[in-house]
Design a binder for this molecule. Sequence first.
Ligand code: HAM
Length: 431
Amino acid sequence: MSKKFSVPRGTSDILPENSSQWQKIELKSREILKNYNYKEIRTPIFEETDLFARSMGQTSDVVQKQMLNLTSQRKDEEGNIQLSGLSLRPENTASVVRSYIQNSMDRKESLTKLFYFGPMFRGERPQKGRLRQFNQVGVEVIGPNSGSPYLDAEVISLSVEMLKSFGLDSFDLKINTLGSPEDKKAFSILLRNKLTAHLGNLCDDCKQRFERNVFRILDCKVKECRDIVKNIEIDHSYLSKESSEYYSKVKETLDLLGVKYEESLNLVRGLDYYTHIVFEISDPSLGSQDALGAGGRYNGLVKQLGGAEADAVGFALGIERIMLATKNVVADSSEQLSTYVIALDEGSLPSAFTAMSNIRNNGISSDMSFRVASMKSQMRAANKAGAQVVLIFGEDEVTNKTATIKDMRDGSQRSVKDSEVVQFLKEILKG
Ligand code: HAM
């Protein structure tokens, strides 16, 4: 027996029954993003590995454990093979910043507001809600001197508005601030001081994190580490007056917009590039992989990746997680097929086929079975396709140059001249 193939572990097919929900998420997002004046960007799904290592940080879990690497070969001028490291993108912030710098967007506009949809790849141990290929919709706002608490509040409230538009309302928004890079350094020292006494009881990973990336300890899922983290008291004493005022203004603006949030002093995010505001949105009904989306400010990244000084803020939402959380969102009725065409004998097939093509050319959706079959079985197919109206072609219709049109919504039926079919359909489908 020949081998049957399955999707690779940690990936999934989006089947037709789910794709309308998928489209709804994309459509709603696009509508809202247009209102907020964001423009779409599409970058390649792979980039130089170094781009990700330098942006997310060598010590981040993503770079340490989850990169899906490709290697590419090229010949240098002397004909020697050169290997260069490429990786499937684990996220899109770094790629967008790379493109922003490469395409001199900083010179075109003072504030560049971008959004993207697309697949990301992380070699994680798959489980419910945790995939190796998953999709994000995200935004990045980049510009010189663009750091503004109002913009942070816009970005956070945008993410909330998008989630609400998908029909979600039972999610929690957590926010925190890491402060400026100097404050962040002070925060890491504060954390190390608080954790030193517990070092022996941390898990092996966290023992390493203590030196390399102490913030990651706050996210550790191991029970012993969580108990320790719960009992150390973290406060905002590491914040400068300026950072503290900035943070207060973000909160005030969120209050003004009526966005509900909870402050979480433990929220630090696992990627190195964040400064100042960080946020995460989770849905408790999703179990252990409950983050629907996350983001924050990353003022130093553009410069770090070779660009001019620029401030930046953004977020990404995980589409598969949103799909899991919106299971009961009803399919859009605009997905319904308008017409279905039936031929009762071989002689009627050309008329039926031409009618279908003509209907489509007039912007009305139409389909058929492409072969002759009994009226009963073709009506069943029309019903299954969700057709609102059925056009029947038999010997009489071909001779009289008419179509019998049955409105499936009320069962009414009438004969219409070929030349008037499109107009008739337009009228009855209007309501
Ligand atoms: P992130 O927190 O790594 O942030 O990912 C954002 C969202 O992507 C998560 O909240 C989750 O919904 C989804 N996600 C992440 N990993 C997986 C996975 N393995 N399987 C399924 N869904 C997943 C970022 O990616 C940042 N680039 C966000 C950002 C944009 N910050 C600033 N700008």
